[in-house]
Design a protein around this ligand. Structure first.
Ligand code: GLA
Length: 737
């Protein structure tokens, strides 16, 4: 059992293989945080609770004339509000009497093996025999009757602690929940940096690192999705931490809607990290007896740098998120019609693209946007999930059959959460979108967002998608979301409950996904939101891979894929080779380099194969062949960022290493060059020091892991700007040095 409670000291201890997490109940019943970090022996840590009479620090009533006890500076597991803790709060609740206070005192706990459940939302699963335990701690505010249950899921071998919170109204009148964080994590000292993944459409998840300063700093999304702008993931790390060294804490949020990650450095240089649903436009009314569950947050600690932290998340999200059999299966190499044809196609054109891609080794043809309703551009048709017979005479099944006859599988694009005003669906149900009565709704990409807080709307989407999946042989669905949400108001919700609509939208979306995706385990679902606008663990629960970005420029992709890799496994990151000059940046990069970069994720193609010449197709075929040969290494191996494209302007390099460290694949791209430059070397990682490796099958030369990791591999001086190269390492024998 990884969870222990010591009655005499009222201390809870949670242990994973390499980390420990401790908390204790104070003499007045408050749940105080003691420690999170490297695994430590069983010792009394009560000395960490420092009591002192400090000016302007209020004392709880129970403390009587003890002026040394104050929640103003004590580290907590779930902060109170309006009772002496002025830091960013874990909960904001308007009680039945109008007060806005929560002063929860420990009121019992339960420890059991297995993982708690988060109803209605995706969460990390415990695998059979994995040894996952749960701790539930109840905090109760006796005066208001509001109770909070804190959930801790301990994944011992995986070095992960998951958190979730449930609020129960045990009082006699209705309460209004205005803020609820899924996790609060207090640190005694705050000399940390924090790393967030930020960006915009076509430039997602660029890491930014800055020192935590006094006061509150935050990132979040109020866009109705986890967003291109900030990812629901943050790292706190020591200032000296780098890829290989230093203490690092990760916090990842399993939710696809609005989120807030806030860090506050207080007057005593202490730090609080909060993560949860963004309180903007969030308000939940709970009648007596009702409860509210927060989404899950996933904490991980690495005492040996950022790579170690990434490895923890990669493994957890590869193995414990969702049930899709594709988590463990090789993913097909797709060719997608979007950049090849956009909206301008008919059956013949698509079949030609598919036929011409056969020589490239492609396995699945994806028909992107434009196949349904009246959809010749992005101004109409969304919501009408019926095939457009002008474009596809034989319907979806006719096209799919012909594609299958060629020996390819068939995939389809959908954007189920949307409606165009020029659509039959809108004409029939003009009130089915999110929109405030009496105000024309704000458009995005000339489309409106369906009101997924409504059951009838969700049922329509479930039926439409299930019908499409029954209508033709479809092995892959790309599920898109091409605008952010505005006008959050539902015609079916009382005016006092409009603050619930945004979260109810997410619950509606997860129900749709439960009923469409989980009932079609044989179909591979790929997430998308204008590229990577909804790249989060909740989406990965349903869709094991996500279209990383609408930006397919190989050089820009180096940065996007680098940032994404801090938390998300390589097997989740769909990357395509597209045509040059690149449609987003106008840059020309060799087909070979485009292949190397796209093979740094789940490889696919997104180009008009009919314009490729024989040599180019042959090169693609070789790329696919090499990629498939290395698939297990790429998708399931340990991933190392060898250089950062943000710090090293010359070389971006990364490495995949097999679990037994007998094989590795090193990839690099020269992003800039100088005339007459000196020799560059690349220091490899994750190899066995004492073993010898051959590189690219060269029989003449062998290198020890120690040499490759300490002296480095020479980068060929003949490489020109934007050229890349891959080295395959194979261990030949163990040796002693
Ligand atoms: C989004 C996606 C693209 C493509 C278009 C179609 O932008 O990210 O890949 O599917 O929609 O409209």
């Amino acid at each position: 059992m990884s969870i222990t409670f010591y009655e005499h000291s009222k201390t809870f201890r949670l242990d994973t293989r390499d980390s420990s997490y401790l908390m204790a109940i104070s003499k007045y019943g408050d749940l105080l945080h003691l420690y999170y970090g490297d695994r430590i022996p069983d010792e009394d840590l009560s000395y960490l609770i420092e009591l002192r009479d400090r000016g302007f620090s209020p004392n709880p009533h129970e403390a009587g004339n003890d002026r040394t006890f104050s929640l103003d500076f004590l580290p907590q597991e779930f902060s109170t509000s309006d009772s002496g803790d002025y830091r960013v709060e874990s909960i904001g609740v308007r009680n039945a009497d109008g007060s806005r206070i929560f002063a929860g005192k420990a009121a019992g706990h339960t420890i059991y093996s297995g993982k708690y459940k988060v109803p209605g939302m995706p969460s990390v699963r415990a695998l059979e025999g994995e040894g996952t335990d749960t701790l539930e701690i109840r905090l109760k505010d006796a005066a208001s009757g509001v109770s909070v249950v804190l959930y801790y899921g301990v994944f011992e071998e995986k070095n992960v602690i998951t958190r979730a919170v449930r609020v129960v109204n045990e009082g006699e009148g209705p309460i209004r929940l205005e803020k609820l964080m899924s996790v609060t994590l207090d640190f005694k000292e705050a000399n940390y940096d924090w790393i967030t993944l930020d960006g915009r459409h076509m430039m997602e998840r660029h890491p930014s690192r800055s020192a935590i300063r006094n006061g509150v700093q935050s990132v979040g999304s109020t866009r109705g999705s986890s967003s291109h702008q900030h990812n629901p993931f943050v790292i706190l790390c020591e200032k000296t931490a780098d890829e290989d060294r230093g203490r690092c804490y990760g916090c990842s949020f399993v939710y696809s809607g609005n989120f807030l990650a806030e860090a506050e450095r207080d007057q005593y240089r202490q730090l609080r990290l909060n993560m949860g649903i963004h309180p903007t436009n969030f308000e939940f009314r709970l009648e007596p007896g009702e409860d509210f569950f927060s989404p899950e947050a996933v904490l991980a600690y690495s005492g040996n740098g950022l790579t170690g932290l990434s490895h923890i998340y990669h493994r957890l999200y590869r193995e414990n998120l969702g049930t899709s059999p594709y988590r463990k299966l090789p993913r097909p190499v797709v060719i997608n019609s979007w950049e090849a044809a956009y909206f301008d196609f008919d059956e013949e054109k698509l079949l030609n693209i598919a036929r011409e891609s056969l020589d490239m080794g492609v396995e699945l043809f994806v028909l992107d946007d434009g196949w349904f309703g009246k959809r010749d551009d992005d101004c109409s048709g969304l919501g009408d999930w019926k095939v457009n017979r002008h474009k596809l005479k034989g319907g979806l099944s006719g096209l799919s059959e012909q594609i299958h006859e060629m020996g390819l599988k068939f995939g389809l694009w959908v954007e189920p959460e949307m409606v165009s005003e020029d659509s039959d669906l809108f004409r029939e149900h003009p009130d089915w979108h999110l929109g405030i009565k009496g105000r024309p709704a704000t458009r995005g990409r000339y489309q409106l967002v369906l009101d997924l807080s409504r059951k009838d709307v969700c049922d329509y989407i479930i039926d439409s998608l299930n019908r499409i999946l029954d209508e033709a042989r479809i092995e892959y669905i790309k599920w898109d979301l091409n605008r952010n949400i505005t006008d959050v108001w539902s015609g079916q919700t009382d005016k006092e409950r409009q603050g619930e609509v945004m979260h109810r939208y997410m619950l509606g979306l997860y129900r749709i996904m439960d009923e469409v995706i989980l009932t079609h385990p044989d179909v591979l679902f790929c997430g998308c939101s204008g590229g990577g606008g909804r790249f989060d663990p909740a989406m990965l629960y349903y869709q094991p891979q996500i279209w990383c970005s609408d930006n397919t420029d190989a050089i820009n992709r180096l940065k996007i894929q680098y940032g994404t890799s801090f938390v998300y496994p390589i097997s989740s990151l769909e990357a395509h080779v597209s045509i040059c000059p690149n449609h987003q940046t106008g840059r020309t990069v060799s087909l070979a380099t485009r292949g190397i970069v796209a093979s740094g994720g789940i490889l696919g193609y997104e180009l008009n194969s009919t314009v490729l010449d024989r040599e180019e197709k042959e090169l693609c075929r070789k790329q696919v062949e090499a990629y498939k040969e290395n698939y297990a290494l790429i998708a399931d191996g340990d991933y190392y960022r060898l250089t950062s494209p943000f710090e090293n302007h010359y070389v971006t390099a990364w490495q995949h290493v097999s679990a037994n460290r007998t094989q590795a694949l090193v990839s690099l791209v020269l992003t800039d060059t100088e005339g007459n430059d000196g020799q560059l070397y690349l220091k490899l990682k994750g190899l066995k020091k004492e073993a010898f490796y051959r590189i690219n099958g060269d029989e003449e030369r062998r290198y020890s892991g120690a040499v490759l990791m300490n002296a480095g591999l020479p980068i060929p001086g003949t490489l020109k700007q934007y050229e890349g190269i891959q080295f395959k390492l194979q261990q030949i024998m163990e040796g002693t040095l």
